[in-house]
Structure formats: structure tokens, C-alpha cells
Design a protein around this ligand. Structure first.
Ligand SMILES: Nc1nc2c(c(=O)[nH]1)N(C=O)[C@@H](CNc1ccc(C(=O)N[C@@H](CCC(=O)O)C(=O)O)cc1)CN2
Ligand SMILES: Nc1nc2c(ncn2[C@@H]2O[C@H](COP(=O)(O)OP(=O)(O)OP(=O)(O)O)[C@@H](O)[C@H]2O)c(=O)[nH]1
Ligand SMILES: [Mg+2]
Length: 464
């Protein structure tokens, strides 16, 4: 950190067409209070400023002030201001906030006025949060949770981000580090005070500790719910050509996202729409109808459809009630594509023209639907939410893994623990255990790597 005082607009930049009602500018750093006084008190420059200056409201109390250009004295706005005295602030530094009217001229005029002070600079993306990290207000998993909270589009994403912001992952990973460091201390004791009567290699009780730690981390790595929740549950709509897959996508998306036509083989590319399914974020993909074809472009479409069906968390098989859909269903669910009967769903479409008997087929439930009239949609939504819940629901247990960055570090930790368990010498086991703990420490930031911090905070928005 460079001891500078930084500033940024914390609300969206006002545009000509869309000014905000309000705009908030935040400052952080040793001269935040100076800036606030110089921006609100005409004679501050002349009389010399002190922390007792009446222009400065008591910490954490909002006050109404006239915002002035510090050089010309011109009035820019009349707004509310707050001062947070270090270390009781979001960043742990002295901070000031200006709550302004949201117009372009007001915001740009105030930003220019702050620049004119000569002792503040524009914040880089994520720099406020980074300073909070530097002042131990939060660890890296909590900083990442702030970015997730800002990006959260559904209730469930918000809940997960809040849990992580509250330190759930921080506590879990620090607990593992503590366990590992304890085992390491035992190993080091064995190196320092070798027991001549004992065989070389790690003692049984340390082995048990490491094995236990390894299995906890491995179980955490198995769990994909947290990542799914951040990225969205991937649902693939698949089925034979002309069954109404694109019609169903449009119905669920409530817009004409995909082209619908009576020609079989209309959809070739994968078409994605993002939905909020009762709090679960979903990426719904329409795909090309699955059939053997000599059309090269359609063949590529079928290949993409199959790849998406394979990769998806959940498949929605759409069949055409006016055809021999039972045979089609047996064929597609039994072979051809990946099929998971616990949460994948079969939809039989066009029941407006060909009503069906909705009894299960080969013990698989079918959902009758008319994408045209919308009948059957409520039942389908219930089924979809149920399946999403099965795939995503998190119990009261340990918090789930949420990021590839964490996953990669934990995979590295497990590999190092495995090496430690098989090490021929205690000293080598200790070194591997140390590497495992370093990998976990990188997740929380306890083990600090500057390049990593740059990468993490670069993805934040400016002003966060
Ligand atoms: N106006 C405004 N609203 C905002 C923010 C902000 O910076 N300004 N936030 C920006 O992220 C979020 C709130 N986050 C905050 C986190 C910590 C502190 C803070 O003052 N912490 C002190 C005191 C804690 C206490 O009194 O309990 C500290 O940690 O020492 C303030 C805001 C959302 N809303
Ligand atoms: N009667 C009736 N027709 C429907 C229904 N849903 C879709 N259709 C019609 O079926 C035809 C095919 O619909 P699409 O949604 O394009 O079918 P698709 O499965 O995406 O077809 P491909 O992209 O070619 O694989 C269109 O003419 C639709 O209007 C329905 O519920 N009832
Ligand atoms: Mg289609």
C-alpha cells in the first residue's frame, strides 16, 4: 500500500439518459477527512484545517453540507456527508462519503473537485476491498464473497455470498490449517528428538491426523453445489427435431430467444438464456434436434447438442405427443445421451393436439405440456425447482466450495498430503505437509502472494 488517499464513485456512473437519483462517492486513506473539510468549507484552506474543524461532522454521523469547488469556491451540490474515523471503517482507514444528487454534472464536477485537491487519486478496481484485506478487516474468501454479493442475481446466490462474507469458508480453511500445523508440529518434534527405538516414518497418530484432514478436504472437493450456485445450474433441452424444444425455451424465458418453425432441424447452435428458477440461477440451453442427418451443418449442431447434454447438470427431454414418443423416450433415455433418472425430466409436448396418458413410462414420470397454450407449465416448473433443489440445496453442514481458485489450491493440498502419507522419511513428510498448508493458506490470504492479490482484485468493479 502506498499511503495514498483514494476516491471513486460507488454507484453506477450516471449517463445522459439514465442519471441516478443519488450518487455516492467514497474516499479512503489518511487524508479523507482533509478532503471532506476542503470540499465543504470555503475558508478551510485559509484558516488551516484541524481534526476539530467544525466542518467535519462527528464520526459516523451524517451531516448536510454544501459541496464546493476547493479552488473557485463554486457550489457543486448540497448533499449528505459522512466521515468514518480509522480504524472503524470498511477499509480500516479514515474514510469519507459524499451522498450527492445523481446527475452527470454533479458527479463529474465533484470528482473533478476532489482531483483538484491535489492529494487524492482515483481508486483502482477492488482497491477499497483490497485495503480492507490489508487492514485485516476480511480475508480473501470474504473479499471474493463481496464480489459475489454484488454479482448475485438470485436469492440463493445472495444467501451463499452472505454466508461466505460472514467468514464460513474462512473458518473452515483456517481450521484445516490449524489441524495440519498441529500434525506438522508433531512431525517436527519427531525430527528434533528422534526415538531410536521407533521405526523411521511418521508415527501412527500423526498418520491418523493427516488421513482425517485429507478425507475432509476430499469430501469438500466432491461437492459441486457452491460452484453451481455461483455459475448457474446448467439445464439442456434435448430431444428429437420439431418436438418443440425452442418453443419451450421461449416459454420459460418469456421471450422469443430462439427461432421456432415447423421445419425439422431449425435450431443448429446452442442457444442460452439465463433464468431465476425460484431463487436458483439457471443457464437454460436449447439445442439442435437429435437425429441422423446428411446435412453437415446440422451434424455439427447434433454434435454440440450431445456435448451440451453430456455436460449439463440437468437434462430436459422434450418429446412430441403426435409421434411415437414412448419408443423415442426409451431410446434416448436408455442410450444415446447421458440420463440421470433422479433429476432429469421428460416432457411430452403438443398435448393440445394429441392428449396423452400421463402415467409413468418404464417407471419414469412424464410431464404433459403444451408449449403453445402453456398448459402443464406450472407442473413443469414445480418439477424443475424440485430437481434444482436436489442438485443445489445446501444443508446446515459445512459451507460448500465456491471457486475454481479454491478448488485448485485444495487439489494441490490433497496431493501434498498424499505424498506426506507415503514419504519414506519424516523430514520429507514434514516438507509435504508444509506445502499442503501453504496451498490452503493461499486461499484465505494467510499465505500472501502479491501477484495473486492483483489477479483477485482486478476482477472487482471500480469503487468496490
Ligand atoms: N453508504 C455506504 N453504504 C454501504 C457501504 C459503504 O461503504 N457506504 N458498504 C460498503 O461496502 C456496505 C456496508 N459495509 C460496511 C462494512 C463495514 C463498515 C464499518 O464501518 N466497519 C467498521 C465498524 C463496524 C461496526 O461498527 O460494527 C469496522 O469494521 O471497524 C461500514 C460499511 C454496503 N453499504
Ligand atoms: N400444436 C402445438 N404445436 C407446437 C407446440 N410446441 C411447438 N409447436 C410447433 O412445433 C413446431 C416445432 O417447434 P420448435 O419449437 O421449433 O421445435 P424444436 O424442437 O425446437 O425443433 P428443431 O429446432 O428443429 O429441433 C413449430 O411449428 C411449433 O409451432 C405445442 O405445444 N402444440
Ligand atoms: Mg429448435
Amino acid at each position: 500500500m502506498d499511503g495514498s488517499t483514494i476516491y471513486a464513485l460507488g454507484t453506477p456512473a450516471p449517463t445522459l439518459v439514465r442519471p441516478g437519483a443519488l450518487a455516492v462517492i467514497r474516499l479512503s486513506g489518511p487524508r479523507a477527512a482533509d478532503a471532506l473539510v476542503f470540499l465543504t468549507e470555503r475558508r478551510a484552506f485559509e484558516r488551516g484545517y484541524s481534526a476539530r474543524d467544525p466542518a467535519l461532522p462527528p464520526p459516523r454521523h451524517m451531516a448536510l453540507r454544501t459541496i464546493l469547488d476547493p479552488v473557485t469556491g463554486e457550489v457543486i451540490d448540497r448533499g449528505l456527508v459522512v466521515w468514518f474515523e480509522a480504524p472503524r471503517s470498511e477499509t480500516g482507514e479514515s474514510m469519507a462519503e459524499l451522498h450527492l444528487h445523481g446527475g452527470r454534472a454533479v458527479v463529474n464536477g465533484t470528482l473533478a473537485a476532489i482531483q483538484k485537491l491535489g492529494f487524492c487519486r482515483l481508486a483502482e478496481p477492488g482497491e477499497f476491498t483490497r485495503r480492507a484485506f490489508e487492514h485485516n478487516k476480511l480475508d480473501l474468501t470474504q473479499a471474493e464473497a463481496i464480489a459475489d454479493l454484488v454479482a448475485a442475481e438470485t436469492d440463493q446466490q445472495r444467501r451463499q455470498a452472505l454466508q461466505q462474507m460472514d467468514g464460513a469458508l474462512h473458518r473452515l480453511y483456517e481450521e484445516w490449517r490449524t489441524l495440519g500445523l498441529r500434525a506438522l508440529a508433531h512431525l517436527e518434534a519427531a525430527i528434533d528428538f528422534p526415538d531410536e527405538d521407533l521405526p523411521v516414518g511418521i508415527a501412527d497418530e500423526v498418520r491418523t491426523e493427516i488421513t482425517h484432514l485429507r478425507s475432509e478436504i476430499a469430501a469438500h472437493l466432491e461437492d459441486r453445489r457452491g460452484e453451481r450456485l455461483r455459475e448457474g445450474l446448467s439445464i439442456a433441452i434435448i430431444g428429437p427435431p420439431n418436438a418443440g424444444k425452442s418453443s419451450l425455451l421461449n416459454l420459460l424465458a418469456q421471450r422469443e430467444a430462439a427461432i421456432v418453425s415447423e421445419t425439422a432441424g431449425t435450431t443448429r447452435d446452442v442457444i442460452e438464456v439465463h433464468l431465476d428458477l425460484g431463487g436458483w440461477p439457471v443457464v437454460l440451453a436449447d439445442t439442435a434436434g437429435l437425429r441422423a442427418t446428411s446435412d453437415v451443418i446440422e451434424q455439427e449442431g447434433v454434435r454440440r447438442a450431445q456435448a451440451r447434454a453430456e455436460a449439463a447438470d440437468l437434462r430436459l427431454l422434450v418429446l412430441d405427443a403426435t409421434t411415437d414418443w414412448r419408443a423415442e423416450m426409451t431410446e434416448l433415455t436408455a442410450r444415446g445421451t447421458r440420463w440421470d433418472p433422479t433429476h432429469d425430466i421428460v416432457v411430452v409436448n403438443k398435448v393440445d393436439v394429441a392428449p396423452i396418458d400421463a402415467a409413468p413410462v418404464d417407471a419414469v414420470d412424464v410431464v404433459p405440456l403444451s408449449a403453445r397454450s402453456g398448459s402443464g407449465l406450472p407442473e413443469l416448473l414445480v418439477r424443475l425447482q424440485h430437481s434444482a433443489g436436489l442438485l443445489m440445496e445446501q444443508g446446515a453442514g459445512a459451507p460448500p466450495l465456491t471457486r475454481v481458485r479454491h478448488r485448485e489450491a485444495l487439489i494441490e493440498a490433497v496431493a501434498a498430503l498424499d505424498r506426506a502419507l507415503h514419504a519414506p522419511e519424516v523430514a520429507l513428510a514434514a516438507e509435504d505437509l508444509r506445502l499442503a498448508m501453504r496451498a490452503i493458506g493461499r486461499i484465505t490470504g494467510t499465505v500472501r502472494i502479491d501477484e495473486l492479490l492483483d489477479v483477485i482484485f482486478r476482477d472487482f468493479c471500480i469503487g468496490k
